[in-house]
Design a protein around this ligand. Structure first.
Ligand code: UDP
Length: 236
């Protein structure tokens, strides 16, 4: 039994860098695409939100003197570059994939609509949402919460470099302990930096569970979708 019929996978732009300092690592891109391909074969409807931090972040642009809104627009464009890369990698592996953008930019991608997204997913296509929410001052985590809620996903799967949520950053604190599951409220009270508060609140208010897991270990995405207890499950 597969516990999920439709999911929203969030991949950060930074994770696409792999070993590099900037941009897209082709090896990492193809590893991710291969994991996604295995899930498509299971018959799970999958859509993806991809970040842009490997190319540009509005906040760091603003700290260097860029106008914040323009910086965020550059960040949103960066997510479209990553979306195109993933779309093309999936297609080269024989997977049908479609890029939908939060801001009109045909012919790069079609303008997002819930109906288009569902129609594609129901046909077995992978849908990639790029451009975040389309608005400055948001992040792609919030874009994922929004799209996940809109498409009525059963869960948001947040693929990261660590294997779940810990009491502290395990890359810094060796005593950090991992949670198998946690509530949104506990994330607030413990001040855990899982996602930004806007994204977490949207998931909480709309009852969209999140699975935080290590996407850098090949096979993990499939394990999550088969219901294996890896990562951390976030719920109300
Ligand atoms: N961004 C935005 N609105 C959105 C989503 C993203 O303005 O709805 C901009 C913002 O500048 C952000 C950048 O796009 O820094 C890249 O997104 P994010 O930082 O979420 O990417 P990730 O950390 O996942 O790589």
């Amino acid at each position: 039994m597969i516990p999920y019929k439709r999911v929203l996978l969030k991949l950060s732009g930074e994770s696409l860098m792999g070993e590099k300092q900037y941009g897209i690592d082709e090896k990492k891109l193809s590893e991710y695409a291969a994991q996604i391909k295995d899930v498509v074969k299971l018959g799970v409807q999958i859509s993806i939100v991809i970040g842009g931090g490997n190319i540009f972040r509005g906040l760091s642009g603003a700290s260097k003197g860029f106008d914040r809104v323009k910086g965020d627009q550059m960040g949103m464009l960066a997510t479209c570059i990553n979306g195109l890369a993933l779309c093309s990698e999936l297609q080269s592996m024989g997977i049908k994939a479609r890029l939908l953008t939060a801001i009109r930019m045909e012919p790069i991608g079609e303008f997002f609509s819930k109906d288009k997204a569902l129609e594609s997913m129901q046909k077995g296509e992978v849908v990639i949402f790029s451009g975040g929410t389309g608005c400055p001052y948001f992040t792609t985590d919030t874009g994922s919460s929004l799209r996940g809620i809109e498409i009525e996903a059963d869960a948001m799967l947040k693929g990261t470099r660590v294997d779940g949520i810990y009491t502290a950053d395990p890359e810094i604190d060796p005593k950090a302990v991992k949670f198998d599951d946690i509530t949104y409220d506990e994330i607030y009270t413990r001040g855990l930096k899982v996602m930004d508060l806007t994204a977490t609140t949207m998931c909480k208010e709309n009852n969209l569970p999140i699975v935080v897991f290590d996407m850098d270990t090949p096979g993990n995405l499939l394990k999550v979708l088969k219901g294996e207890k890896i990562g951390t499950y976030v719920h109300n």
